[in-house]
Write a protein that binds this ligand. Structure first.
Ligand code: KIV
Length: 289
């Protein structure tokens, strides 16, 4: 087991000041969080993408706060030292500032998260401000925001033309002014991400599919390890084909059980002769049922 210090907000800012990119991955369960923490991943996002990657829905919209709390608490148990981000699911912050603060509080109190993330720009600045005022660190999320994928025309590059790019620049500033300590830019052009990073003035800018110029990178765990069967986005790199390794193992399992080569003696437990013989005597004396 590696010995690492608990990641803190000052440590994240220190990485930025030193020009060392922040590493961020999604994680949704205890064993994955354990591996990510041991690998030294700085931040773990318990994303509402779990609706797709873990629960098999076609979008993130059906995910509830209770789903998120369950998974976030498991991640916290597996990753005591990473900076754990609770992703606010659909309708957990949109209705009102109070709803947003209460649900952000649940991530902190019930799941032990270090901060929360929510989607949207200037239109959610009051939610961000309320959460930040409640003492909860907040990350904003711009560009491709999956909860509004329908309104954005699907899962596609955002901010391609000057007017839309300007809106994203303005939204990043609005989130920073409202108190977001970081802003995630998902699937925007690299030059737009670079520009926002250069203008960020104390706000940490993180990239998912938005190029190399941000202060850190995020990837969806299932994309990075080929574990999502439905599609592989271009922005993701497969760092290890865990899906293929598991598929191979599953085929071997089915084969060995079918061929009776599993289990082997090393996989079971025997019973002492005297206990077994006594059991047989007891059963002989007992009426068959
Ligand atoms: O839910 C999630 O994993 C996210 C990422 C797509 C940024 O919000």
């Amino acid at each position: 087991m590696t010995d690492r210090k608990k990641m803190t907000l000052p440590m994240l800012f220190q990485k930025v000041a030193q020009g060392v990119p922040i590493t961020w991955l999604t994680g949704y369960d205890y064993p994955t969080a354990f591996l990510e923490d041991q690998a030294g991943v700085d931040m773990i996002l318990v994303g509402d993408s779990l609706g797709m990657t873990m629960l098999g829905f076609d979008s993130t919209l059906p995910v509830t706060m209770d789903d998120m709390i369950r998974h976030a608490a498991a991640v916290r148990r597996g990753a005591p030292n990473a900076w754990v981000v609770g992703d606010m699911p659909y309708m957990s912050y949109q209705p009102s500032v109070e709803t947003a603060i209460r649900n952000a509080g649940r991530f902190m109190a019930e799941a032990g998260c270090d901060c929360v993330k929510l989607e949207g720009g200037a239109e959610v600045a009051d939610r961000v401000a309320g959460i930040a005022r409640a003492g909860i660190p907040v990350i904003g999320h711009l560009g491709l925001t999956p909860q509004s994928a329908t309104a954005l025309g699907g899962f596609r590059l955002q901010g391609k033309d000057a007017a839309r790019a300007k809106k994203i620049v303005d939204d990043a500033a609005a989130l920073a002014d409202a108190g977001a300590f970081a802003v995630l830019l998902e699937l925007v052009p690299d030059r737009l991400c670079q520009l926002i990073t250069e203008r960020s003035n104390g706000t940490i800018i993180l990239s998912l599919g938005s190029g190399p110029h941000a202060h850190g990178q995020l990837l969806i765990y299932h994309d990075a390890f080929a574990l999502y069967p439905k599609f592989k986005p271009r922005m993701a790199k497969v760092f290890a084909d865990a899906g293929a390794v598991i598929a191979e193992g599953l085929a071997a399992y089915v084969d060995e059980v079918t061929q009776r080569t599993f289990p082997a003696p090393a996989n079971w437990f025997g019973m002492p002769d005297d206990a077994y013989e006594e059991l047989i005597r007891m059963l002989e004396d007992a009426p068959a049922r």
